[in-house]
Write a protein that binds this ligand. Structure first.
Ligand SMILES: [Zn+2]
Length: 168
C-alpha cells in the first residue's frame, strides 16, 4: 500500500458488491453518537478535540482537492462537495476579514433530532476549520455557534480569523 495515498483515497476504495456504498443515516449516527458518548466518558471535555481535529484533517485534505484561486470559487466547490457527500447544505452567512460564518442545514449528525441541550457537531466544525486553513495556509480557531441538537434549528460554524497562526 502506497504511503502517498491520502486518507481520503485509502478509505474511498470500497468493495461491497452486495451491500453497496450507501448506508442508512441512522447507522452513521449510531457510530457517531455512541462513539462520542464513550470518548466523552474517557476524556471529558477533551473529547470535543478528538472530533474537531479529526474533522480538521478531513477538511485540509478535501481543501487540497477542491483548491481554487478565489475564495468565492473555492467555497462554491466546497459547498458542492459537502452536498455531494450528503454531509448537509452549507450556506455562507458572513465572509469578512474577521470571521467566516457558515450555516449547515440538514446536518448529517443532528438534523431532525430533538434538542439534547448541547452543541455536538465538532467533526463538522473541524471540517470547516480545515477547509479554511487549507485556503489560508494558517491555523484558525473555529466553534459551533448554533446547533440543531441544541434546539437552534440549524448548525452553524464560526471561524475566527482575528487570531490566525502559522500552520502547526
Ligand atoms: Zn450541530
Amino acid at each position: 500500500m502506497s504511503s502517498e495515498q491520502t486518507k481520503l483515497e485509502q478509505i474511498s476504495k470500497i468493495c461491497r458488491p452486495q451491500t453497496g456504498e450507501d448506508v442508512p443515516l441512522v447507522l452513521f449516527r449510531a457510530f457517531r453518537h455512541f462513539t462520542a458518548d464513550y470518548v466523552a466518558q474517557l476524556l471529558g471535555k477533551r473529547a470535543t478535540l478528538v472530533f474537531q481535529n479529526g474533522g480538521r484533517e478531513l477538511g485540509r485534505e478535501a481543501g487540497k482537492l477542491l483548491k481554487q484561486e478565489s475564495l468565492d470559487d473555492y467555497l462554491r466547490a466546497v459547498i458542492g462537495f459537502v452536498r455531494d457527500m450528503r454531509m448537509g447544505i452549507l450556506q455562507p452567512r458572513e465572509l469578512s476579514d474577521k470571521a467566516i460564518i457558515l450555516g449547515l442545514e440538514e446536518c448529517l449528525t443532528c438534523a431532525g433530532m430533538d434538542s439534547i441541550g448541547k452543541r455536538i457537531c465538532h467533526f463538522e466544525t473541524g471540517f470547516v476549520a480545515g477547509i479554511v486553513e487549507s485556503f489560508l495556509g494558517n491555523r484558525v480557531r473555529a466553534f459551533e455557534s448554533k446547533c440543531n441538537a441544541n434546539g437552534e434549528g440549524i448548525c452553524e460554524v464560526t471561524v475566527d480569523l482575528t487570531n490566525t497562526m502559522t500552520h502547526e
